[in-house]
Design a protein around this ligand. Structure first.
Ligand code: DX5
Ligand code: ZN
Length: 217
């Protein structure tokens, strides 16, 4: 189980501090939500913030691109120090091409599907991806409730991975806490994003510990 705190719920005026807190608590990834105000209605930050954070952290930077036309961001994010770049299947008709570009740029390639998108939409790119993100809420906002029905897709992806000897990690994002993490892990996910559950607490480190213990029981 890898934990990926989402800085969407961190204090944007103290990002380096909040990242240090979760890094010291022993998480594996830092989940960075990029929203362009088009693919989703909210707007967050771009490659310049990833670049500014890079010298402050050794964590794997897991960039979730909630943007139209993700291809145009690949070079900038690679240069900024992103390690994983996740593109939504719904955001581009050129999925194979953008995933290839991400790999050529030296990053790990991830494909992302919204709750309303079936696994069949991404079946052709599964052999080439390093990670698949199954959204467990509709993207755009932190603090929403986990959609249990998405677990059937996590199961499908776990089965397909096993049957075909594929290598991707399975990530879930949205509404994860010490209860829902159990369902996600049982279905076959191994990368857990959590935003409000971790950063909404006075002691994010305690939440990380609780989340890990909940996952291990
Ligand atoms: C939602 C983002 C998530 C968000 C999750 O669009 O992709 O990463 O930060 O927030 P929580 O964990 O609060 O549901
Ligand atoms: Zn996200």
């Amino acid at each position: 189980m890898k934990i990926a705190p989402s800085i969407l719920s961190a204090d944007f005026a103290n990002l380096a501090h909040d990242v240090a807190v979760v890094e010291q608590a022993g998480v594996e990834y830092l989940h960075i939500d990029i929203m362009d105000g088009h693919f989703v209605s909210n707007l967050t930050f771009g490659a310049n913030v990833v670049k500014a954070l890079r010298p402050h952290s050794d964590l794997v930077f897991d960039c979730h691109m909630m943007v139209d036309d993700p291809t145009k961001y690949v070079a900038d994010f690679a240069q900024a120090g992103a390690n994983i770049m996740g593109v939504h299947a719904e955001a581009t008709p050129h999925l194979h091409s953008v995933l290839s570009l991400i790999k050529v740029a030296g990053m790990k390639a991830e494909v992302v599907i919204n709750p309303g998108t079936p696994v069949s939409v991404i079946s052709e790119v599964l052999p080439m991806v390093d990670q698949v993100l199954v959204m467990t809420v509709d993207p755009g906002l932190g603090g929403q409730s986990f959609l249990e029905e998405t677990m059937s897709k996590v199961k499908q992806l776990a089965t397909a991975k096993k049957e075909n000897n594929w290598n991707y990690d399975i990530e879930v994002d949205g509404g994860l806490n010490d209860q829902t993490v159990k369902q996600a892990l049982a279905a076959g996910a191994n990368v857990i994003v959590a935003g409000s559950y971790i950063f909404g607490a006075d002691e994010p480190a305690d939440r990380i510990k609780t989340l890990r213990e909940a996952g291990e029981t």
